[in-house]
Ligand binder design. Structure first.
Ligand code: CA
Length: 239
């Protein structure tokens, strides 16, 4: 079992950088520089391709050109921030773009002005990823085999990220609050489905079932959600 006091950072051993840049000469230089420094790097030509890639997972940082042919880097960043905290480093031209990057509070983490040295960009990427790893470690709380980041609304089980729906997350979060405590269906409904328009008798059971299946897919040996007949459910965090 991993040492609960030091949860492993979410980032994979080889961070993946996504570059959105319509000038292929620049993109190729950046890709080459990142890959030769041990990063995995992917390239897209259009702004519209960025959000779907980030949403699909596995992108640790985005290098985003401001002047893209379809939508601006600013708009791409705005869209990203509606669902992701992935670090963004802007590539800007010398004209008015720099002021906008600095002034607009877009949630960008850094920017590099063209023309730039690939070495400088790689250094910025490295620095930004290091910072992210540190804040991520601080955000995660360990409860035995489970780790939770309440701000990021993320839970890991046996060291693996769980892909949870909103209500599955809510259930697990409430159960994790006091491991071992038995909560009735009514109590779980009140806490997790407080603002739901529609919910029935089977709602809790149905979500417990899907949650169990997700936990089992990561660890077949254990069934940490305990059923207490006539009483409700509890969570065994094993710690
Ligand atoms: Ca451009």
């Amino acid at each position: 079992m991993p040492d609960a006091a030091f949860p492993t950072p979410a980032m994979a051993a080889t961070p993946t950088i996504l570059i959105a840049e319509d000038e292929t000469a620049i993109a190729d230089t950046v890709l080459y520089a990142l890959r030769s420094e041990g990063f995995a790097a992917e390239h897209v030509l259009l702004g519209g391709e960025v959000a779907p890639k980030v949403r699909a997972g596995g992108v640790d940082l985005v290098v985003l050109d401001v002047g893209l042919p379809d939508i601006t880097g600013f708009d791409v960043c705005r869209t990203l921030r509606t669902f992701s905290e992935v670090p963004v480093i802007f590539l800007t031209a010398r004209d008015g773009e720099i002021d906008r990057v600095v002034g607009l509070e877009l949630g960008a983490d850094d920017y590099v002005v063209k023309p730039f040295s690939p070495r400088e960009l790689v250094a910025r990427v490295r620095a930004r990823l290091r910072r992210r790893t540190q804040t991520e470690i601080a955000a995660w709380q360990a409860h035995g085999t489970f780790e939770i980041d309440r701000e990021g609304k993320r839970i890991r089980y046996c060291g693996h990220a769980l892909d949870l729906t909103r209500y599955e997350y809510g259930l697990l979060e409430v159960l994790m609050h006091r491991p071992g405590a038995v909560l009735s269906r009514m109590q779980l409904m009140d806490r997790v489905w407080a603002d739901a328009l529609e919910s029935g008798d089977r709602t809790v059971d149905t979500h417990i079932k899907t949650l169990r299946a997700k936990l089992r897919s990561l660890n077949e040996q254990d069934d940490p959600i305990r059923t207490h007949r006539g009483l409700g459910y509890s969570l065994d965090t094993g710690g």
